[in-house]
Design a protein. Sequence first.
Length: 374
Amino acid sequence: MEFKKPNHIEIIKSKKSNFVNTFLEKMRIERTSASNLAHVDFENLTFGSVFTDHMFVCKYKNEKWQEPEVIPYQPLSFEPSMSVLHYGQSVFEGMKAYKDDEDKVWLFRPDQNFKRINRSSERLQIPVFPENYFFEGLKTLLNLDKDWIKPGIGNSLYVRPFVFSSQACVQASPSKEYTFIIICCPVKAYYGGEVNVLIAEEFSRAADGGIGYTKAAGNYGAQFYPTALAQKQGYQQIVWTDAKSHEFLEEAGTMNIFFRIGDILLTAPTNDRILDGVTRKSVIQIARDSGIEVEVRPIKIGEIVKASENNSLKEMFGSGTAVVINPIKSFGYKGVNYKLPELENPFATQLKDNIMSIQYNLTEDPYGWRVAVD
């Protein structure tokens, strides 16, 4: 797989990173000759469809990661036999950069995303990525494309690190070459309008011993068909159930899911089927510190149906990087639609405000989650 040959390359010496204690001696940077920034309508963005001027690239071959570089965002060129197209060795991450009113850029718990992409990589037999390459590359990329990050609540830059097998070979074995890339796109809120979910009775997102806990590309591709069937019934997302019995609730679409029964917040424990969401962990921590009782335990469908019928089910919401927190208006199960009540001051709103206040540098960060990009 090849990229366009650069017209101008600059070698920079890297200063010590705010993220880690190690640093790169040098990194190749090719700046774009013409920015696309002026042609973007930031008030009417479709999530994930407009990309910034640059991208970070690093290749793995000869059993080691090569010198990283930042180059203009551009198409990739590859062989039809490229391994990822045949055997699916590909994982990704999702994170965001935020800009406060003083034009300073921040990340939210980026160490968790770094750890998780390497945990995902290990499960798919992909070489782990060096910490200093990741954070220095990320910092360099964000500084180059800083003007793409707009201030104001709801505005952010979605950051997509991903790695895939790039060897030209159709042998059914782990690739000997890989490509790690980070691309970015300006975004607003991910979902709009009501979100109604259908509890899965037949399909499952993941199985015991599988790769459900990773951000493997195939996990998401396998969701599209069941989700399309749910959408035909008027639902926007599926609440996935366990593969063995379809009795236990696990995730909602691409989000972790929370339930409020009375004044207790419930969520399923992570395992090898459920993604260990960064926002999920943040919700649990902030909720507990706010005096909300949180139970992390297996949750049966019957318990939620019963709670809805006796009016003790107060809220359902999903959590994730793209949405932060997304309230759920109703859920469907076995042909019945159960509506959630409308509350004046729901937990979902309180928790979302608390998280976003940290992300946008509007309040103190007692956890050390907010990381400056200098």
